[in-house]
Design a protein around this ligand. Sequence first.
Ligand code: GLU
Length: 445
Amino acid sequence: MTIITRFAPSPTGMLHVGNIRTALHNWMFAQKQGGKFLLRIDDTDGERSKQEYVDGIKADLTWLGLIWDGEERQSARFDLYERRFEELRGQGLVYPCYETPDELELRRKVLQGRGLPPIYERTALDLSDEERAAKETAGLRPHWRFKLDHDTPILWTDLVRGEVQFDAKTMSDPVIRRADGSWLYMLPSVIDDIDMGITHVVRGEDHVSNTAAQIQMFTALGAQPPHFAHEALLTGSEGKLSKRLGSLGVAHFREEGIEPMAVKALLARIGTSDPVIPATEIAPLIEGFDFSRFGRAPARFDEAELATLNQKILHHSDYAMVKDRLPAGIDAVAWAAIGPNITKLADVADWWAVVKGPVAVPSLEAEDKAFLGQAADAAAAMDWASDPWHALTNALKQGTERKGKALFLPLRLALTGMEHGPDMAALLPLIGKDEAVQRLKAGSL
Ligand code: GLU
């Protein structure tokens, strides 16, 4: 059996970190199983769905490297929904309802006031043909509900939550279609999952009660329900469901210089019993991906953790992994010198500018200037071939009284214009002899 998963965003906004996590897990699971990962655009809501969001979602998935094996759009599939809806109607498994939202709300309040669960009481099923005809003549159009089977217990073994059980009698028959004929999410999703041969539905635990109703829809449509994995939701670092998470997406990560790999490495592991690791490649994470490692407690997403992970991943990245995105002229040696000092890849350009110069001439005391004059002479006279930094500092240690900070800091200031930065032993060969001598001289004046 080929495993098929799907990521089914509604194109009514950009992906946020919670959606990205769902997409990632669907993709990883399919990768691990040698299966397929489909992108299903849930655009049944013609008013709120926008092409710019479809484009944006695809661009985000592409940036993350979550490449889909097939793509479908619900708006192109209305004929199929209509056909399957008619089948259910023929079997009396969907039924028309005429209550207004106000009537329904009032009824819910009455039930709650009596201490009863606010479940839809199937009043519409009691309508006679004449009563229905009268409503239609009066210009009323029905919305439609799916008739749950009250006699069959709903059971499934969730890949994250274990055994899950629902009693249909405690649930309202879900509305599946609005009075204007438009579809709500529930039924088209099931029709598509059947039609596309989805074997595993991976989504957030906010869908658990939908699943209970959808399992009966699968059965009603003559299909075996797929496997389900409902993951605990994300919370912010404060441990609360944070509003901020809803606005954090790829655009923000890019702005912050976060690597796609860092996003994946973090989202692959938070909420699981496995540690977050600074993986530079996705393969080992896919290898270890297992729904049984996911916990029931919310997964904490911490932006500071992401930033730290990003830095570690960059520090572990080989030249080959980053070379296409480095400023021209940076070779493996330059990457080895500069890489350990960056927090995001864009920092490389700043250090490269330091290597290439010009750098700010430091303002120093007369003594330090004199020292830099000596340093310039020593550098000019030195054999530059192997390890010029140690050769230079050793020569100066012997030729002056200086050591430690008094020795190193004026040199670093003159050579880079800064107090901190990459290891000078790695940087100095990149700066080169002539340029280094120039900078030391300039510092001595
Ligand atoms: N469009 C639905 C959502 O974004 C899909 C849910 C599902 O995966 O079935 O919530």
